[in-house]
Write a protein that binds this ligand. Structure first.
Ligand code: NAD
Length: 725
C-alpha cells in the first residue's frame, strides 16, 4: 500500500488529491508514488458523483520534482532494452496527465474541472502536473516559487513541459522557463502565464474550490485542443516562428558548445513537436527524453548535481552520533572580501555576526560591504527594506577579540599569511568559549601547520569558501591531522544552516579545488609560453565546457596572487618544488603592470568599468620561445582537460579527496570542471580508462610528468572497470 497521495471527497463532492510523502520533508515522485497518484486520479475521474478535482499538497511545498534515483533505477533494472522501458514509463505519465487535461478518462465520459492548488517550492514534475490542470492557483507567500529546473541537472522537462509551455507562451517566452531552468516567484509566474491566480496561502483551497464549482465546459478545453489553434509566436514554418527557432538553436549551441545533450534534445522536442498535433508531440517529447536518459553524460550530470549533491547537503559526511549543534552567533575575523561575504551568508540564515577587524574603521568598512550585498537582495526583491534593516542590526563590529567569547564558531579570514594567522590564533584561543570551534578560510595554507600554535588543536578546522561567497555554493571542509569529529560536525552543521554544499577533504597544500585549478591555469600559461595563440587556448577551454579560459581566470584572480602562491609554495617545499615553467611569463606580465581585471589590464584589455574587451595585443610581443605554435585544437583541449582531471585523481589516490562523488560535486561547484560530463571523475569514466591511459601516455612522453597516468587509472584500464561501477 503506497500512501504518498491520498484522496478525500468533501460534502460538495469535490475530490482532493493530496501529495504528502510521509517519509520525506519534500514531496518527490517515485515509481510507486506515480502508481498511487494514477490510481487516485482514475478513481476520481471515473466516479460520476464527483464534480471536480483539486490537486494539492499536504506540505508547505508542493514538490521538488521527480526523485531522480527512480529514473536511474529504471534504467538500471530494465534488462536488455532499458530505452523501451523508460519510454513506456514516460508515456504512462503523459497518458495520465492527458486524462487530467481532458478532465475525463475516455471520450464517453463528461469532463470534470481539475484545479491545481500549490505553493512553496514547486519544481519539475510538480509543475508539469499543474500545467496539465485546467486552472492553477498558487500561493502568494514570499517563499513560493515555481518552475522547471531539469535542464540544470542535465535533463529536460519531459512530462509535457516542452510540449505545453511553448504552446502557452511561444518559444521566446518558453526559453527562460525551459532553457534557463529558473524558478519564478508567484507574481512573475502569473505574469508569464505559468500560474493563473496568485492567492494568499490560507485562501488557496477555497479559491480553487470556488472555481471548480463554477467552471464552464469551455474552461475545460485547452487552446491546443480547440479547432484552429495557432502556436503563439509562430510554428517553425511561420516567418516569425522560423526566426525564433533558428535564433534559439544558434543561442543554445553557442552557449553549450554542443557538449550538453539535454538542451539540444529539448529544442528538437519543441521544434518537431510544434509541427504535429498535441498527442504526437507528447510521443516525440518522450522519445527525446528517453534518448537523453540513455546518454551517460546526462545521467552522470544528474547523478552528481542531484543525487550526490543532495546527499552531501543532507549530511552524508557528518560523523554519526555527533551531537546536534545549535548555532546562534558566529565571529568573523577579517572583514575583507571573504569575511564580509561569509558574514552576509550567515546573517541571511538567521545567525548573529560579530565582525572583527584590525580597527573599527576596517570592521565598519566590512559592514558596508554587507549592506551593499543586502541592497542587492532588496533590489532583486528577495528582501524588504525592513528585513534588511533588521538583518544589519544583527551585525556587531569590533576591533578587539574579547567579545568572540559569545560565539559558537569563529571563522578567520585575514590576509593569507601564515605568521599573521598563527599569531592571531594565539590571541583568539583564550577567548574561545567551551564547545566553540575555530576555523580558517585559508585558500592554500595547510590546516595542520596553521593549528600548530594552538593548545587544543582538535577544535581547529578549515572552512574554505569560494569567491564570491554570495554566489558560490561549494564549501571545502578541511580536517587537520588533529581535528576531532565534533569540530567536523559543527562545521558541517554551519554549512547546512547557511544552505551551501560541503565536501570534506584531508589536509594538504591547496586542498582539493585549488590543487586542481592551479595546474589548469599553469597549463594555459605554459601553452602561451610555448607560443600557442592565446585565442586558441581560451576557446579550446570553452570547447571542453570550462566556464572561463585559464588566462581569463588568472585575470580574475590576479597575476600578483599567482606569483605569491608560487613564492609561498617554493618556500614551503624547498628542494621538492618543481618548476612549473610559468614564472617568467608571470614576471613579465607583472613588469608590464598587467596584473588582471582589478587593475583593468591583464591578459585581456578592460574598459574603465572592468568589463572585458578583448585579448591584449601585447601578448604577441611577450618574450617567449614559439616552439609549439602549430599544435592542434584537439591537443590543446586534451591538455587542458587531462591536467585538471589527473590532478583530481591524484588527490583521490593520496586520500586528500575522500570520495569520487565529492570530487565530482566539488569539481563542478568549485571551478566548473567538465560539468556536462558530471565532473572530472565521471568524465574519465565517459572517455573510458583504456583511452585515458593511452592518451596520458602520449601526453606524458611529449609534455612531462604532470600527465603520467596515475596508478588507479592503470588499474581501471586493465580491469575494464570505472570509478562509478
Ligand atoms: P582581504 O584582503 O579582502 O581581507 C582581509 C581582511 O583581514 C582585511 O579587512 C584586513 O584588514 C583584515 N585583517 C588583517 N589582519 C588582521 C588582524 N590581525 N585582525 C583582524 N583583521 C585583520 O582578503 P580576502 O580576499 O577576504 O581573503 C581572506 C582569506 O580568505 C585569505 O586567507 C584568503 O586566502 C582566503 N580566501 C580568499 C579567496 C579570494 O578569492 N579572495 C577565496 C577563498 C579563500
Amino acid at each position: 500500500m503506497f500512501s504518498d497521495f491520498t484522496k478525500e471527497v468533501d460534502k460538495d463532492n469535490i475530490a482532493f488529491i493530496t501529495w504528502n510523502c510521509l517519509d520525506k520533508s519534500m514531496n518527490t515522485m517515485t515509481g510507486n508514488g506515480f502508481k498511487n497518484f494514477q490510481q487516485l486520479i482514475i478513481e476520481a475521474l471515473s466516479d460520476e458523483t464527483i464534480k471536480g478535482i483539486i490537486i494539492t499538497s499536504g506540505k508547505v511545498d508542493f514538490s521538488g520534482g521527480m526523485d531522480l534515483s527512480t529514473l536511474e533505477a529504471l534504467k538500471r533494472n530494465s534488462g536488455s532494452n532499458p530505452a523501451s522501458k523508460i519510454f513506456e514509463f514516460i508515456m504512462e505519465g503523459h497518458t495520465l496527465l492527458r486524462k487530467i487535461e481532458l478532465g475525463k478518462i475516455d471520450d464517453s465520459s463528461k469532463a470534470k474541472p481539475v484545479a491545481f492548488a500549490g505553493g512553496g517550492v514547486c519544481a519539475g514534475i510538480g509543475t508539469e502536473i499543474g500545467l496539465a490542470c485546467h486552472r492553477r492557483f498558487f500561493s502568494s507567500s514570499k517563499e513560493s516559487k515555481i518552475g522547471l529546473p531539469e535542464i540544470l541537472v542535465g535533463l529536460f522537462p519531459g512530462l509535457g513541459g516542452t510540449t505545453r509551455v511553448p504552446r502557452m507562451m511561444g518559444l521566446m517566452g518558453a526559453s527562460s522557463v525551459l532553457l534557463e531552468g529558473k524558478l519564478f516567484a508567484s507574481d512573475k509566474a502569473k505574469s508569464i502565464g505559468l500560474v493563473d491566480e496568485v492567492v494568499a496561502g490560507d485562501e488557496l483551497i477555497q479559491k480553487a474550490k470556488n472555481w471548480v464549482l463554477s467552471a464552464s465546459p469551455q474552461d475545460l478545453i485547452k487552446p491546443w485542443d480547440q479547432k484552429g489553434f495557432k502556436f503563439p509566436g509562430g510554428a517553425p514554418y511561420h516567418p516569425s516562428g522560423f526566426m525564433s527557432f533558428v535564433g534559439a538553436s544558434a543561442l543554445v549551441n553557442g552557449k553549450t558548445k554542443g557538449l550538453y545533450a539535454a538542451p539540444k534534445a529539448l529544442l528538437s522536442s519543441v521544434y518537431e513537436g510544434a509541427l504535429v498535433d498535441f498527442d504526437s508531440a507528447l510521443k516525440i517529447e518522450a522519445r527525446w527524453f528517453t534518448s537523453v536518459l540513455m546518454t551517460d553524460t546526462c545521467t552522470n550530470m544528474a547523478r552528481t548535481l542531484f543525487l550526490n549533491k543532495s546527499a552531501l547537503e543532507k549530511g552524508q559526511q557528518r560523523p554519526a552520533g555527533a551531537k546536534e549543534t545549535n548555532l546562534k552567533q558566529i565571529s568573523v575575523i577579517g572583514s575583507g572580501m571573504m569575511g564580509s561575504g561569509i558574514a552576509f551568508a550567515s546573517l541571511l540564515n538567521g545567525l548573529q555576526v560579530l565582525l572583527v577587524d584590525q580597527n573599527i574603521e576596517a570592521a565598519e568598512a566590512g559592514k558596508m560591504k554587507i549592506e551593499m550585498l543586502l541592497n542587492e537582495s532588496v533590489k532583486r526583491k528577495k528582501l524588504s527594506e525592513e528585513e534588511k534593516t533588521k538583518l544589519l542590526g544583527h551585525v556587531k563590529t569590533v576591533s578587539s577579540l574579547e567579545r568572540i567569547s559569545g560565539s559558537d564558531l569563529v571563522i578567520e579570514a585575514v590576509f593569507e599569511d601564515l605568521q599573521l594567522k598563527q599569531s592571531l590564533y594565539q590571541k583568539i584561543e583564550p577567548h574561545l568559549k567551551e564547545g566553540s570551534i575555530l576555523a580558517s578560510n585559508t585558500s592554500t595554507l595547510p590546516i595542520t601547520k596553521l593549528s600548530e600554535v594552538l593548545k587544543d588543536r582538535t577544535r581547529f578546522i578549515g572552512i574554505h569558501f569560494f569567491s564570491p561567497v554570495d554566489k558560490m555554493n561549494l564549501v571545502e571542509v578541511i580536517k587537520s591531522q588533529k581535528t576531532n569529529e565534533r569540530s567536523l560536525a559543527v562545521a558541517l552543521d554551519y554549512i547546512s544552516l547557511i544552505k551551501k554544499t560541503p565536501i570534506v577533504v584531508n589536509d594538504s597544500r591547496g586542498f582539493y579545488a585549488n590543487r586542481c585549478i592551479i595546474p589548469y591555469i599553469n597549463e594555459g600559461l605554459r601553452m602561451l609560453s610555448e607560443g600557442i595563440g592565446p585565442a586558441l587556448i581560451e576557446n579550446s577551454a570553452k570547447q571542453i565546457g570550462m566556464p572561463v579560459g585559464p588566462l581569463q581566470l588568472l585575470d580574475e584572480l590576479s597575476v600578483s596572487l599567482a606569483l605569491n602562491v608560487a613564492k609561498e609554495t617554493k618556500a614551503a617545499l624547498g628542494k621538492d618544488y618543481e618548476e612549473t615553467g610559468t614564472e617568467s611569463i608571470l614576471l613579465e606580465m607583472s613588469q608590464k603592470k598587467r596584473f588582471g581585471r582589478k587593475e583593468l589590464a591583464g591578459f585581456y584589455d578592460y574598459d574603465n568599468k572592468g568589463r572585458r574587451q578583448k585579448l591584449w595585443e601585447g601578448l604577441k610581443n611577450l618574450n617567449i620561445e614559439r616552439k609549439n605554435a602549430d599544435i592542434t585544437s584537439e591537443l590543446v583541449k586534451n591538455r587542458l582537460a587531462y591536467v585538471q582531471a589527473l590532478e583530481a585523481v591524484r588527490a583521490y589516490e593520496e586520500n586528500i579527496l575522500l570520495s569520487v562523488e565529492e570530487g565530482d560535486v566539488g569539481g563542478i561547484l568549485g571551478w566548473g570542471c567538465l560539468i556536462w560530463a558530471g565532473g572530472p571523475f565521471s568524465w574519465l569514466d565517459h572517455v573510458g580508462h583504456e583511452n585515458v591511459l593511452s592518451e596520458c601516455q602520449k601526453l606524458f612522453e611529449q609534455y612531462g610528468a604532470r600527465f603520467a597516468p596515475p596508478k588507479i587509472i592503470k588499474e581501471l584500464a586493465s580491469s575494464g572497470s570505472k570509478f562509478y561501477n
